[in-house]
Design a binder for this molecule. Sequence first.
Ligand SMILES: C[S@@+](CC[C@H](N)C(=O)[O-])C[C@H]1O[C@@H](n2cnc3c(N)ncnc32)[C@H](O)[C@@H]1O
Length: 239
Amino acid sequence: MSQFKTQEEAEAAGVYVQKIRSFVKREGRLTKGQAKALEEFWPTMGLLHSDGKLDFEQVFGRIAPIVLEIGFGMGKSLVEMAANETDKDFIGIEVHRPGVGTCMAEADEQGVSNLRVFEHDAVEVLADCVADQSIDRLQLFFPDPWHKKRHHKRRIIQPDFVQKLRAKLKIGGVFHMATDWENYAEHMLEVMSSAEGFKNLSQHDDYVPRPENRPLTKFEQRGHRLGHGVWDLMFERVS
Ligand SMILES: C[S@@+](CC[C@H](N)C(=O)[O-])C[C@H]1O[C@@H](n2cnc3c(N)ncnc32)[C@H](O)[C@@H]1O
């Protein structure tokens, strides 16, 4: 890519550049329940990257604050939050198909109607489907930590990406992250603290206590018992 300054320039010139992605696509087999959920609920809950820019009013049939979650896994906490905060509309983005199936099945079981999901790379969904200054809260819970130093470039939190996220948040909107990997927490804090346009909502300019609205997962409960830490970070878009 040497003669091109950015990936976009290279692509525009027709040069294929391998993108550094924050995930490795694991195909994973679908359980019967997941396959059934994908078939049954996709027409009401699924959103397609190829449909382009979203019109939230059209999608949800109302105007309400929008919460967008990147990498929801199986969607357990996302569904719980959507069920608890019915005054808001939720959009989840996940590349792992079985997780999307489980999430929709769970949402149906709990009678959640304020949730829609993408099965796609969140980086592309944000760029192509989400209007600037349209999101009230962005959530990134337990992103893949990419433990090895040589893989740190795959971590989704990077200065460039954070500015892309900032553009999507409304002024006053909040970016909420959580991780159980201390080195990633430090990396998040470092990147976010030097990111233009954000204010740390922590009293001590580091981490915040887990907000009540982020459900405590079983995995976290177990971690607490074993003395493992979890770090929550909240940054407001101020400009
Ligand atoms: C460690 S898991 C955590 C899942 C969930 N948030 C939780 O707390 O249980 C990270 C998830 O992020 C997803 N992911 C990673 N990069 C992504 C991207 N660019 N777009 C969408 N999902 C992504 C992965 O597929 C994986 O399911």
